[in-house]
Design a protein around this ligand. Structure first.
Ligand SMILES: [Zn+2]
Length: 200
């Protein structure tokens, strides 16, 4: 992937509302599937129990519409288990859009620091947040059970020191459908329901 192209991730994906709308649609499908399976604990019916999220770092349009995280609760008295389906929009407990966390952290590995600075400021991400993301990718993510299982499917073996850039490269995310595929791979990272307040 050429550096110039990488720098264009902002124009291609991060600033484009249509990309976020597409991701929302994907989440809708994942939610439908989750609801159709019923309660995993007792087999009860799942009722909508979405909760509000205000993900940061997206395009202007994102600030004008309400964003809801799909979620369900079992309707049976005494169970009421919450089910939050996997998502391609959010990444674990992070308050930024997942796609921002992936692409900004990837750019840090492959784009001139001055250029990353410009994008960081444009997206309103403070420097410490970006550092935290780097630590998250290189320590937390690498050590996660999810990654220990998922990494086996990459041949040749992915460079873990340049995550998530190496992951973006392996998927060839210059194409939107491949970026989507990458986000779908990461979707199990979001399944555990996390109570508010959310951290970075
Ligand atoms: Zn139940």
């Amino acid at each position: 992937m050429k550096t110039k192209r990488r720098e264009n991730w902002y124009q291609c994906y991060l600033a484009k509302w249509s990309v976020y709308e597409l991701l929302e649609k994907c989440d809708g499908d994942l939610a439908e599937k989750c609801q159709a399976s019923g309660c995993l604990k007792c087999g009860g019916r799942l009722d909508r129990s979405d909760y509000r999220r205000k993900p940061r770092g997206g395009p202007e349009e994102a600030k004008k519409v309400e964003t809801w995280r799909d979620s369900f609760c079992c309707d049976r008295e005494g169970c009421r288990k919450r089910h939050t389906p996997p998502s391609v929009r959010f990444l674990g407990r992070k308050v930024y859009w997942g796609v921002v966390v992936v692409l900004m952290a990837a750019m840090e590995q492959g784009v001139k620091p001055a250029r990353v600075e410009v994008l960081r400021e444009r997206l309103g991400i403070d420097r410490r947040t970006l550092e935290r993301w780097r630590t998250w990718w290189l320590a937390t993510f690498v050590e996660s059970r999810f990654w220990k299982e998922a990494r086996a499917q990459f041949m040749p073996v992915l460079c873990q020191k340049t995550l998530p850039w190496s992951l973006c490269k392996a998927f060839g995310i210059d194409r939107l459908d491949r970026l989507l595929k990458l986000l779908r791979l990461l979707r199990p990272l979001t399944t555990a329901w996390v109570p508010v307040p959310l951290d970075n």
